[in-house]
Write a protein that binds this ligand. Structure first.
Ligand code: KIV
Ligand code: ZN
Length: 515
């Protein structure tokens, strides 16, 4: 017999709490659409009461997403819960996720509340949330460090008041798998009405055990919802990684007897999108989505795989969305072929003009790069859609000079509000010189807090993909750019970030920043 495991994705809420994982509303919406393509059951879109920006963002995600439940976090008070309900008004399926801490430490030191007050607050909050939504989840923050009998009373009360899902977070990543699994099991046994709710786990990765703890919560404890994020993004060491949990359940179906509804072929595109948007690079040896996850370097392994794939491979790369790095399009490909490949990759561009702009970029790339891979197309399209901001600055041309023993210099011609401007500078390297050349004219005064370069496909003919993060007066924006020339990619990323600063695209405040 196989049970369903509900996948609750919190990349846009808990994942975004990761310092620097800044996302604008447009970027969050784009990730939400990809999560829907992945077929996650629940998308936690944000924390409505934390800021007007987060509220609006949840609203737009709730209106756009049709196939997944859209959820907002809310502390256990009327104001937060009302804001969550309001933001979710247009959702086809809405969930209010309300939480309060239940561990002695959090109750005493953070909330300054007695256990009885916390119990009372839980009852009021869940009752109020149920008056506004059918689907209510209750989380006992720092649940894994809570006292069992008290936690059981709180969970029983939450279920009695109508919470359909009870989530037990390991908020500080303190749990150990067997212990956590047994804890969930005992808790469910202690709660008399436990069969009236779905039990859920939410684990942080401070000891590198988030996935193991989540799976133990499921296998030993009987939880049937896992809260997780793409690439394990999240505060401190991150959250439980969605791709690892999903592929563990799928690859070891014989052991877990669980099915998720996830379209696993969308995992790598989702991972790349999140990484590109946040600037958080995926380590090459990361399970499932790392560049080396399916690379066999040793001769013995290669020989084995050639003879029989399953000698050394427990999953197929294509099942998680790694394309076989095949050449898909070239210089002579037309607009229809381009459009068709986009459809095959599950990408729908918003309008005909977006398609035309992406196709123009494709043609430009094909002039300079003879083989265009799926990865190139994904980068091209994300360039297009991650930067729907009105372009105030635009690159016209770049020339730079670097030679051993000489200081690199650059001249960049770009448009600013339609007027052509020329900037020149020297720098520590060609990238530094080029960005300083732009800054000499723009004088944004922004601090660069991240610069990262990645090769899109495997070799030096590949495009370089650059992420630049700028910070100015409390605002943080990420710019991305891709090009076979990494200096050009860097300039594109920098200009993309400057356009966002100029357009006023605001990073949506993460939980706790605005509350
Ligand atoms: O880690 C945690 O406890 C949380 C809750 C708010 C669900 O993120
Ligand atoms: Zn969390």
């Amino acid at each position: 017999m196989t049970d369903k495991l509900i996948i609750f994705d919190t990349t846009l809420r808990d994942g975004e709490q990761s310092p620097g994982a800044s996302m604008t509303s447009e970027e969050k919406l784009r990730i939400a659409r990809q999560l829907e393509r992945l077929k996650v059951d629940v998308i936690e879109a944000g924390f409505a009461a934390s800021s007007p920006g987060d509220f609006e963002c949840i609203r737009s995600i709730a209106a756009a997403v049709k196939d997944s439940t859209v959820c907002s976090l809310a502390r256990a008070n009327e104001n937060d819960i009302s804001r969550a309900a309001e933001a979710l008004k247009e959702a086809q399926r809405a969930r209010i996720h309300t939480f309060i801490a239940t561990s002695p430490l959090h109750m005493e030191k953070k909330l300054r509340m007695t256990p009885e007050q916390v119990l009372e607050q839980t009852i009021k909050a869940v009752r109020y949330a149920r008056s506004l939504a059918e689907d209510v989840e209750f989380s006992a923050e720092d649940g894994s460090r809570s006292e069992m009998d008290f936690l059981a009373r709180v969970c029983e009360a939450a279920i009695r008041e109508g919470a359909r899902t009870i989530n037990i977070p390991d908020t500080v990543g303190y749990a150990i798998p067997e212990q956590f699994g047994a804890f969930i099991k005992e808790l469910r046994e202690k709660v008399p009405n436990s069969d009236q709710a779905i039990w859920s786990v939410h684990c942080h990765d401070d000891l590198g055990l988030a996935v193991a703890n989540s799976l133990a919560g499921v296998y030993i404890g009987g939880a049937r919802q896992v809260e997780c994020t793409i690439n394990g993004l999240g505060e401190r060491a991150g959250n439980c990684s969605m791709e690892e949990v999903v592929m563990a359940c799928r690859t070891r179906r014989d052991y877990f007897h669980l099915e998720t509804g996830i379209d696993t072929t969308q995992i790598v595109p989702a991972s790349r999108l999140v990484s590109r948007t946040t600037g958080f690079v995926v380590q090459p040896n990361k399970a499932i989505v790392g560049a080396n996850a399916f690379a066999h370097a040793s001769g013995i392994h290669q020989d084995g795989v050639l003879k029989a794939r399953d000698t050394y491979e427990i999953m197929r790369a294509e099942d998680v969305g790694w394309s076989a790095n095949k050449i898909v399009l070239g210089k002579l490909s037309g607009r229809n072929a381009f459009k068709q490949r986009l459809q095959e990759l599950g990408i729908t561009l918003g309008s005909e003009s977006e398609l035309l702009a992406a196709f123009a970029r494709f043609k430009d790339l094909a002039d300079r790069k003879s083989e265009i891979f799926d990865e190139d197309i994904l980068a091209l399209v994300s360039d297009e859609s991650l930067a729907p901001v009105k372009e105030h600055y635009g690159l016209v041309s770049l020339s730079q000079h670097s030679e051993t023993g000489e200081q690199p210099s650059a001249e960049v011609i770009f448009t600013a509000g339609g007027k052509e401007v020329t900037g020149t500078s020297t720098g520590n390297g060609p990238v530094d010189a080029s960005l300083k050349a732009i800054e000499s004219q723009v004088q944004s005064g922004a601090d660069m807090v991240l610069y990262s370069v990645n090769a899109i496909s495997g070799n030096t003919e590949s495009q370089g993909e650059v992420t630049v993060r700028l910070q100015k007066e409390g605002r943080i924006v990420n710019g991305v750019g891709a090009d076979p020339d990494i200096v050009v990619a860097s300039v594109k990323a920098y200009i993309n970030a400057l356009n966002k600063l100029h357009s006023g695209a605001v990073r949506v405040k993460a939980q706790g920043e605005g509350v």
